[in-house]
Design a protein around this ligand. Structure first.
Ligand code: 26Y
Length: 824
């Protein structure tokens, strides 16, 4: 009967306006007469939220009634960015909203700008999770994301006197995109101890007792698919003390302060995102976060499964759980614990269910990013889990010994417990042992994990357990939303916006690679995007840049392996070259703007030094009248998802120059090419597959290959290490004080001169600057350049996250799409 009351939501601008006015006047309790942009944003979002929630409810009902297999994507990071623009585009009502808002006296762009980014992630891994959510909904997969509702997302970056300063990102003041579910809570236990009972039949059961309880509350974020009936759910957990507002016993006995302190300690768990990207620190609070989130999510998943009244052995037919890196690996142990301790299953049956349920995605080979937790820490915080880990390890090592008798060293190498002082739990090994599939995120990376860090496990489990799923990006946000004019131009040539659902349709553009009219429009769009970025640069840094210059952009987390230091050394080399040129020679040069952006982990001193150097170099070059427009150096403050949407469409060339073998995939490389920019890059990560797709002529590759890296490093350490002479000149100029205080940068230079140049900056430097010269030459021939860009975009279809999610669905999750036609 209730079905007749279900609404479809607004579909005309008049209906939309009515909803907005209603929300301003009732939900927000304001008057339209003093409705500012903040209130207008709030009301417009609430209007769209209402729509989404109707679709969300229907999607959930559909999935429940058909009892479909669902995938659960467990990620400690979801770097969502803004939601309103995305929601408007995905439900196909942006134009309705634009006209409606304009009648109410607002420009839609200004309204969109009001929204605070949801920045619950560090970089690539977190943004990948967000792209995956978009694709899973757009492809109608029954899928949930599970994460933490951090009160503080990644910090805001301010640049003060050339140095990074971190400012807390308190983003929850007003967030219309989340629904608190105060009725959905889970009690999570920490500390305590384990008691073993023997019943009359001699069966042993373990009981985890005592310790403290923290309450997890669910907050749901609707995830609309693009032009689909599916709105999936992202469930984020928030922590608070279990006994309600206060511990009343303490409260009554007059211990008010300590009861408030308990409350705060519990809330600390979901308070802040750890700002390290690819750098593991082993902090207890982080392990607490992981268990809190994993335990709440599994309780929720198991509760949902139990409603279906199926037998436990059917669990893997109903549930797939994907681990976004090792951060949620405790889920493996927690599910085993639930099955044996709480549900009474035998170990073997439980373990078979567990290991069929999980898949593990690895995102890095860097040793400093591999998670290890100390056994004493574990013992104290999660005593029962440590026991189960020891059992898992015992059975695993026994099976290895049966298969490879007498290989004692192998056993030590693959043991989940590292026999160090203190002993450590190796989370990646645990994830491998407890999953049915392990995947890397680009071909080279997947090969590397099989031949290096997980080599022994390939022998043990066979090669089929290890697979590759090359990353992708959502074309909805990274083309349609970020670059609406380019999207419109593409639509006009490929027969509408279908390419946004099947990105391989971009190949229809290739026939226009020499079309004069098309190329002109293409160029105009790029120019307009550069003008927009130039305005942003002017407004935020005060520096005037020429939109006709070549925009050379490197935006990503600052890390030595990503080699922003090589980029800025290249800029200094260019500066020195220009200074030494005659006026005639200078006339032949292509003007260039070198743009940097990205955050350094607050404790990563070397990364902060790189930021300082970029700013110091910019301060000198940008005011050198002698150089003028030929070279400008910009550091863009606080790079984030919404800024990326402005920056990426404005690039001519972008830099993806990691030491070969270190960048697992990279995903901004895909975003830049999709927006009509070319790449200068190393043979690393997804650059290799991008090259295969777009063709070697349409990318600027340079540098040593990953198979040569070990030997070069060895030579640095044991042989003579002669620096590239061009680099020496750059260092000389820094050391002479050209860019300010010499001591500031000595560690950066020292790492290369004196400490083995681990990232091969010197080895790749000549090849890098020569390739930059090729870029200059190529850019001068605008006609050919634009053709290269068009051809590249036409060949980027492979890098849609839709293709990527379909691969996961088929080869790892074994799930099918579900639409209203399929049932319900
Ligand atoms: C253990 C903890 C300190 C940690 C926290 C965050 C470790 C790693 C990370 C983040 C890793 C990350 O963002 N990796 C990136 O994942 C992308 C998506 O697969 C890849 O494209 C990119 O190459 C990789 O660096």
């Amino acid at each position: 009967a209730w079905k007749k009351y279900q609404t479809k939501g607004f579909s005309t601008k008049e209906e939309f306006e009515k909803d907005v006015v209603r929300h301003v006047e009732t939900t927000l309790a304001r008057s339209m007469f003093n409705c500012d942009e903040t209130a207008a944003y709030a009301a417009a979002s609430l209007a769209f939220r209402d729509r989404l929630i109707t679709e969300w409810n229907r999607t959930q009902q559909r999935q429940t009634f058909t009892d479909s297999k669902r995938v659960y994507y467990l990620s400690l990071e979801f770097l969502m960015g803004r939601a309103l623009d995305n929601a408007m585009l995905n439900v196909g009502l942006k134009n309705v909203a634009k006209e409606g808002m304009s009648e109410l006296g607002f420009r839609i762009e200004d309204i969109i700008e009001q929204e605070h980014d949801a920045a619950l992630g560090n970089g690539g891994l977190g943004r990948l999770a967000a792209c995956f959510l978009d694709s899973m909904a757009s492809l109608n997969y029954p899928a949930w994301g599970y994460g933490l509702r951090y009160r503080y997302g990644i910090f805001k970056q301010e640049i003060v006197d050339g140095y990074q300063v971190e400012v807390p990102d308190y983003w929850l003041d007003f967030n219309p995109w989340e629904f608190p579910r105060h009725d959905i809570t889970v009690d999570i236990q920490f500390y305590g101890n384990v008691r073993k009972y023997q019943d009359d039949k001699g069966v042993q059961t373990a009981v985890w007792e005592g310790g403290e309880i923290v309450k997890a509350t669910a907050f749901d974020v609707p995830i609309p698919g693009y032009s689909t009936p599916t709105t999936n759910n992202l469930r984020l957990w928030s922590s608070k003390a279990a006994s309600g507002e206060f511990d009343f016993q303490k409260f009554n006995s007059g211990d008010y302060e300590s009861s408030v302190a308990d409350q705060q300690r519990a809330e600390t768990i979901s308070a802040v995102l750890y700002p390290n990207d690819n750098l593991e620190r082993g902090k207890e609070l982080r392990l607490k976060q992981q268990y809190f989130w994993v335990a709440a999510s599994l309780y929720d998943i198991v509760r949902r499964f139990k409603k279906s009244k199926r037998a436990w052995r059917e669990f893997p037919d109903q549930v797939a759980i994907q681990l976004n890196d090792t951060h949620p690996t405790l889920a493996i142990v927690e599910l085993q614990r639930i099955l044996i301790d709480l549900e009474g299953l035998e170990w073997d049956e439980a373990w078979s269910i567990v290991s069929q349920t999980f898949g593990y995605t690895n995102h890095t080979v860097l040793p400093e990013a591999l998670e290890k937790w100390s056994v004493p820490l574990f013992q104290n915080l999660l005593p029962r889990h440590l026991q189960i880990i020891y059992e898992i390890n015992l059975f695993f090592l026994q099976s290895v010994e049966r298969k490879f008798p007498k290989e004692r060293e192998l056993l030590a190498r693959v043991s989940i417990i590292e026999e160090s002082q203190p002993k450590m739990v190796r989370m990646a090994y645990l994830a491998i042992v407890g999953s049915h599939k392990v995947n890397g995120v680009a071909e080279l990376h997947s090969d590397l994990i099989k031949t290096t860090i997980f080599k022994d496990f390939v022998r043990i489990f066979g090669p089929d357990k290890f697979t590759n799923v090359t990353n992708g990006i959502t074309p909805r946000r990274w083309l349609h939303q970020a670059n609406p004019r380019l999207s419109e131009l593409i639509a006009s040539k490929t027969g509408g916006y279908d390419f946004l659902k099947d990105l391989t349709m971009l190949n229809k553009l290739e026939q226009f690679a020499d079309d004069k009219e098309f190329k002109k429009e293409w160029q105009e769009i790029k120019y307009a995007n550069k003008v927009r970025l130039a305005k942003h640069i002017k407004a935020t840094t005060g520096v005037t840049v020429n939109p006709s210059a070549l925009f050379d952009i490197q935006v990503k987390r600052i890390h030595e392996y990503k080699r922003q230091q090589m980029n800025i050394f290249g800029v200094i080399h260019r500066y020195l070259t220009i200074k030494a040129m005659s006026p005639e020679e200078r006339k032949k040069l292509a003007p260039r703007v070198s743009i940097f952006g990205g955050k350094a982990a607050p404790g990563y001193w070397m990364a902060k030094t790189i930021i300082h150097l970029v700013n110091s170099v910019g301060a000198v070059i940008n005011k050198d009248a002698d150089v003028g427009d030929l070279l400008k150096v910009i550091f863009l403050e606080d790079y984030n998802v919404s800024k990326a949407e402005t920056i990426i469409p404005a690039s001519d060339i972008s830099e993806h120059i990691s030491t070969a073998g270190t960048e697992a995939s990279g995903t901004s490389n895909m975003k830049f090419v999709l927006n009509g920019g070319l790449i200068i890059g190393t043979c690393d990560g997804a650059n290799i597959e991008i090259t295969r797709e777009v063709g070697e002529n349409n990318i600027f590759l340079f540098g040593n290959l990953s198979e040569d890296v070990d030997e070069l490093r060895h030579a640095h350490t044991y042989g003579r290490h002669e620096l590239d002479p061009n680099l020496t000149k750059v260092f000389d100029s820094i050391k002479s004080g050209t860019f300010g205080d010499v001591n500031s940068f000595s560690a950066l230079i020292g790492a290369i001169e004196d400490h083995g140049d681990y990232y091969l900056v010197s080895d790749d430097f000549l090849s890098y600057i020569q390739t930059q010269d090729l870029v200059d030459q190529a850019y001068k021939n605008q006609d050919e350049w634009v053709s290269k860009c068009i051809i590249s975009v036409a060949r980027m279809g492979f890098f849609s996250s839709d293709r990527c999610i379909n691969e996961y669905a088929e080869s790892i999750w074994n799930i099918e799409p579900l639409t209203p036609e399929d049932g319900n």
